[in-house]
Design a protein around this ligand. Structure first.
Ligand code: SF4
Length: 273
């Protein structure tokens, strides 16, 4: 689309048209966006479903694009999904929409801002904000992420943002000269700026860093590391490790917190020879 035309067409409409055209071009296979398979419907409109339900016949059918809000809200286990790009979208549904507008409405519930970011990224117009720029804008209890070290920010991103826990392709870096040095993800949805879940996790990692400086015991473990180890042993002893909710970073058995411990605690416990 020419710059002149794109100035006249609101961004949402421009993105909606580009996304629908991209899906149309893929007929009949369809496109995968996050965990959603989008296919042009045989007569008109579009059909959406979880990608793992590609061949399923017994799906619950929805015809209102706003049903996507309900579909995106909870995991299979009924837990709230604070991060819609986490790979925990529930299965068992099909959503049919009439046109490009309905498709955009549904996608915006499933992946908020996803198609606008996708479109701008493809056009080379997506603005990216580094971790340091984002941190400089924080206030209140999140201001302390400004003191997070580069190492801490890199470990936080690896624990919080890789495809195992978030399907967005991470575009931002620590700052202009300090890259993240991680697998940035292979999905279609770009991540141009640290999100609120990452900021909250980075705050927790900053607390761990401060604790590391002042509270190490004789074997070099911090209080929270010992707390996490004890919680893991206790949970494993019951035969079942139940993770804390996705954004409950204050709890030992949080998945991202455990991923961070794998990066920072395991090397302490198993030093390389
Ligand atoms: S900052 Fe990380 S967790 Fe948040 S949306 Fe981006 S890639 Fe995902």
């Amino acid at each position: 689309m020419s710059e002149t035309l794109s100035n006249k067409v609101p961004l949402a409409a421009e993105s909606r048209a580009a996304f629908a055209a991209w899906v149309d071009d893929s007929a009949p296979e369809g496109r995968v966006f996050g965990q959603v398979l989008v296919r042009p419907a045989p007569q008109a409109g579009y059909s959406l479903r979880h990608v793992d339900d590609a061949g399923a016949m017994d799906l619950r059918l929805y015809l209102d694009p706003r049903a996507a809000w309900e579909i995106a809200k909870l995991t299979e286990n009924g837990e709230y999904r604070p991060l819609k790009s986490s790979p925990n979208l529930r299965r068992g549904w099909e959503l049919r929409v009439d046109d490009a507008r309905g498709l955009a409405t549904a996608m915006n519930y499933l992946y908020p801002a996803g198609i606008v970011h996708w479109h701008l990224y493809r056009e080379g117009r997506l603005e990216v904000t580094s971790f340091r720029e984002n941190a400089a804008r924080q206030s209140g209890i999140y201001k302390r992420i400004q003191s997070l070290t580069d190492r801490g920010a890199k470990d936080a991103a690896r624990a919080c943002c890789e495809d195992a826990v978030c399907l967005k392709k991470i575009l931002w870096d620590i700052d202009e000269t300090t890259p993240l040095e991680m697998d940035r993800g292979g999905g279609e949805i770009p991540c141009p700026e640290p999100c609120s879940v990452f900021v909250s996790f980075a705050r927790r990692v900053r607390l761990f860093e401060r604790e590391e400086k002042r509270d190490l015991d004789a074997v070099g473990l911090s209080p929270s590391e010992k707390e996490d180890l004890a919680a893991l042993v206790e949970a494993a002893a019951t035969g079942e490790v139940a993770f804390a909710r996705e954004a409950e970073f204050e709890k030992p058995l949080n998945e991202r917190r455990m991923r961070y411990r794998k990066l920072t605690l395991v090397p302490k416990l198993r030093p390389k020879a």
